[in-house]
Design a protein around this ligand. Structure first.
Ligand SMILES: Cc1cc2nc3c(=O)[nH]c(=O)nc-3n(C[C@H](O)[C@H](O)[C@H](O)COP(=O)(O)OP(=O)(O)OC[C@H]3O[C@@H](n4cnc5c(N)ncnc54)[C@H](O)[C@@H]3O)c2cc1C
Length: 429
């Protein structure tokens, strides 16, 4: 059954309103429903039309924060280099300053170590969390690992260093080359390079269809799905929240904002601000038959991942930073594809397809932000998943549901935006 929005709603039956039908909101709604709460899920458009529509489909088994790769001092040169997979929307720069200050702090070696360890812990829990949330209703997930191809000796050296950290953190990784690499992915034989194989990683071939299937399960289990743009929230004295939308209003006992890069717009009236940047990524469908590769294959120096898709193959990636709504530059991906075609000339855009773009909600330390809004006991947020929304959605869904139920969790401090040491804003910040 396709996810649809029904016309009738009895607002008195709602325990929790989840705003945002991306992968983070849909999984949060499922986790709250699993706690026997009556949940309504609302999106301004439809399920999986935001960033969750077009990602690379990887459920990662290991991840490093962005700050582990890019020192603050190197960022301007990285952004200016034409061949770089990371770019900045320079007109957004003044608004990104507070985020950049937090990013600079996140590059401190002790903080990088802490964040790397926590990210690995969260990734390890990713598949198990989906299984716990969905049980027999879990849509198909391909569990054949993930490959990162290293093109030069210096890339190989850096990968060896990172892999020793991954192994020390319990990650199942191994270096492969020559015949072992060709056996895993015969199409990669031309690259003649070494690669890292992540055995515990998994992928979905159509991320939008995956999220829509999860929303269908939510509806089948009794959840309500509505089409409505939420405009404002206000905490009421009785613990409920007055939620105003363009089509209807609600008075739930709790609200979870899973609104990705748009989250701060809804927090204005709460006097709270979350440090997230918009990090545009892009994808394009390639004109190649299904089966070209079996598993997602990343080329980290080009900032792209090739993922088996429903049509054949999708190229996805690029880190284009700015503030929400930043102007898209699809050429960043096309440039990456051009460089890739020097190695794999058979990879061409599929006729009739244009690059898709989505804005990742990215925190300064690459960790999600899950918290109860200070001074608002019934308003919660789950956002800032950056490059790992599909991977970590089911994990943070459980953390969110625990928080709403006032069940203490190891993660409530670690994932709160209080970790950035920000003070509560006065008035409309
Ligand atoms: C190119 C690319 C590749 C990626 N690859 C991967 C990958 O391989 N693995 C991985 O784990 N992650 C990947 N990601 C990251 C992942 O896609 C994101 O982290 C994730 O989609 C974020 O989900 P979200 O639910 O927070 O946001 P979104 O999917 O953007 O959902 C937010 C929703 O909120 C709704 N909304 C906003 N404001 C309102 C309002 N006022 N009222 C009602 N509704 C509202 C929007 O319509 C939207 O549907 C990739 C991202 C990109 C761009």
């Amino acid at each position: 059954m396709a996810a649809t929005f029904s016309a009738f709603l009895n607002v008195k039956t709602i325990d929790v309103l989840v705003v945002g039908g991306g992968v983070v909101g849909v999984t949060a709604a499922l986790a709250l429903q699993q706690r026997r709460l009556k949940v309504i899920l609302v999106d301004q458009q439809s399920v999986a039309t935001g960033c969750s529509f077009g990602n690379a489909g990887v459920i990662a088994s290991s991840a490093f924060p962005f700050s582990a790769h890019y020192r603050m001092a190197n960022l301007p040169a990285t952004f200016l280099k034409p061949s770089s997979p990371a770019a900045l929307n320079w007109t957004s720069a003044p608004r990104l300053l507070p985020w950049a200050i937090q990013y600079a702090r996140a590059t401190r070696p002790d903080i990088v170590r802490r964040d790397t360890s926590l990210l690995h812990e969260l990734c390890r829990d990713a598949l198990h969390s989906y299984e716990q949330l969905l049980g027999i209703d879990l849509p198909p997930i391909n569990r054949c690992g993930y490959l990162a191809v290293h093109l030069t000796p210096s890339e190989l050296g850096e990968a060896t260093r990172l892999n020793s950290i991954r192994t020390s953190l319990g990650g199942a990784v191994r270096m492969v080359s020559g015949p072992d690499l060709v056996e895993l992915e015969p199409a990669m034989d031309r690259l003649m390079a070494g690669a890292t194989f992540f055995e515990g990683a998994a992928h979905v071939t159509d991320p939008a269809a995956f999220v829509t299937s999860l929303a269908d399960v939510f509806v089948q289990r009794g959840g309500l799905l509505r089409y409505n743009r939420i405009q404002s929230l206000e905490s009421k004295g009785n613990g409920e929240v007055a939620v105003r939308g363009t089509r209807e209003h609600y008075s739930p006992r709790a609200v979870v904002l899973a609104t990705g890069v748009h989250t701060n717009q809804l927090l204005v009236g709460c006097g709270h601000h979350i440090p997230i940047a918009a990090e545009r990524g892009y994808h394009l469908e390639l004109d190649i038959e299904p089966g070209f590769i079996r598993r997602p294959t990343a080329l980290p120096s080009l900032g792209v991942v090739l993922t088996p898709s429903q049509r054949g193959l999708r190229i996805a990636g690029i880190s284009h930073f700015g503030s929400p709504g930043l102007r898209a530059r699809p050429k960043l991906l096309l440039y990456g594809l051009k460089r890739l075609r020097r190695l794999l000339p058979m990879l061409r855009p599929r006729p009739g397809f244009e690059p898709w773009t989505g804005e990742r909600p990215t925190s300064p330390d690459s960790l999600p932000i899950v918290e109860r809004i200070p001074g608002h006991r019934s308003i919660f947020v789950s956002c800032g998943h950056g490059h790992l929304g599909l991977t970590l959605a089911a994990v943070t869904a459980r953390v969110t549901a625990d928080m709403v139920m006032s069940i203490s969790s190891d993660y409530s401090n670690q994932l709160s935006s209080q970790r950035f040491g920000l003070r509560k804003r006065d008035g409309n910040g």
